[in-house]
Design a protein. Sequence first.
Length: 285
Amino acid sequence: MDITEIITDALLDSLKLLPFLYAAFFLIEFIEHKAGDKLAAALEKAGRSDIGGAAVGAALGCVPQCGFSAAAANLYAGGIVGAGTLMAVFISTSDEAVPVLLAQPELIGTVWRLLAAKMVIAVIGGAIFGFLMKAAAGHSDKEHFDEMCTDCGCGDHGIWYSALRHTGEIFFFILLVNLFMGLVIGFAGEDRVSAFLDGMGIFAPFAAALAGLIPNCASSVVITQLYAGGSISFGTAVGGLCSGAGVGLAVLFRVNKNVRENIIFLVYLYAVGAISGLIMNMIWG
């Protein structure tokens, strides 16, 4: 295991997220300090619509970058988008799966099947999650925003500086997560992860969904490569990739102080991945 390579990869993976993180925090600062109550209300209404918000989140999550899931987690913590929208982003996030498939000419046609499947699952899963969260004991998204901006000095500086400060704090946290996961995978070895998934049989979607929860783009690479090599079925791959939200979950646990709510996101995301993979395997074999 090359420690230098692990550190370099962790740093590069984290740096790729910077534009997404800064854009998210800048939008939050702009809405709070410049845009006024009417624009904020319009954005909140669009982002919290169960079906509409889930559809928008699912579409944006399909872009092959794990950075958007981190940005969406910040927008949720800032009270701009609802739980259903964020869940749709998490489910549809593709990470490195798309470029890995595109790099293999014989599997290019699979990309559209993958994105279509994840899009449908994300819209349905996100809309249901949003409805359930609203039906449960209500929580205030605006309250999250107030907590995030308390004592940060946002009012004393321009929005550019405030957004940069928040971005730096979250970037450091993401870097630590990527470094830790790189060390874990480096010690365990991708071959062991592959063997674990390969030997699960009918329960493979449950194992793949568990592997997908790893807050690192490496999990999507392993799952996609296993599918490309014929070790797992398309349904199992979809299940694992549906639960793979990149570093989005890690960021959610960092910026959203409601731990119980974060755990609900985690459990629901795993359930969606495992169940969707199982159903797809039962239908298509």
